[in-house]
Unconditional design. Structure first.
Length: 237
């Protein structure tokens, strides 16, 4: 006798929360996410179908497997995961649970999902993030990104929050969460990135990103100039 789980037929897709690392393709033309646990080796886009991480042929989510997109019911539960050292650079995602899903005590395991909103935490220095910058690790063909403020970008590969949203597509919104310095919107509030025509907060974030890169280039040019003028060359007689 097979145990049958009760079926739900919601009028609207359920909402869930999870954390994931932002990733940028090697050529800089695509943006997505990679999980923090079982599915961490398989980057996914804003709208994605799950596959079994163990390579089995069943359709996710399977009752006797861990496959499928995982998320939790409560935002605060997902936020708590960002406290651990290995997850400090991850983003908080709000997702729509699509397709077949299994409901459990703390959340869902689903066949499909759509990422609606990604919230970037503060930079490692504590200031509000204006961009997502190379985190120093990645997957084959993908660079992992972490929230960064304008002052900490230096020469790292980076994209503004608005640019990441446009590259990811699918109507994704990217929001800058809390931080200690007013590097976000015009009044120190959150910076959001949305597809389509950029607004004032997005343009301010882009300007801060460009200014940080310009400052880094000027510093490098000054260092090279000092080296060039400081050393004595051999004369020709």
């Amino acid at each position: 006798m097979r145990l049958r789980l009760p079926e739900e037929r919601p009028t609207e897709p359920p909402t869930g929360y999870k954390i994931a690392h932002a990733v940028l393709s090697q050529d800089g033309t695509r943006a997505g996410f990679t999980g923090v646990s079982l599915g961490g080796a398989l980057p996914y886009g804003v709208l994605a179908d799950a596959s079994c991480v163990y390579g089995l042929r069943h359709a996710p989510p399977h009752r006797r497997c861990d496959c499928g997109f995982h998320c939790v019911h409560d935002r605060s539960t997902a936020e708590a995961l960002l406290c651990t050292a290995e997850h400090r650079g991850a983003l908080l995602l709000e997702v729509l649970v699509l397709g077949r899903y299994i409901r459990f005590e703390h959340g869902f395991r689903s066949a499909r999902q759509r990422v609606r909103t990604a919230t970037a935490g503060a930079c490692g220095c504590g200031a509000s993030a204006v961009a997502l910058a190379d985190a120093g690790w990645g997957r084959p063909g993908w660079r992992a990104l972490a929230p960064a403020c304008a002052g900490c970008l230096r020469g790292r590969t980076s994209v503004s929050l608005a640019s990441f949203a446009r590259l990811a597509g699918g109507g994704l919104r990217v929001i800058a969460g809390g931080g200690g310095a007013p590097d976000g919107g015009p009044d120190g509030g959150p910076v959001t990135g949305v597809p389509g025509e950029p607004g004032l907060p997005e343009l301010l974030a882009e300007a801060a990103l460009l200014q940080a890169r310009l400052d880094w280039f000027q510093t490098r040019l000054a260092e090279l100039g000092e080296r060039g003028s400081g050393g004595g060359g051999a004369g020709r007689g």
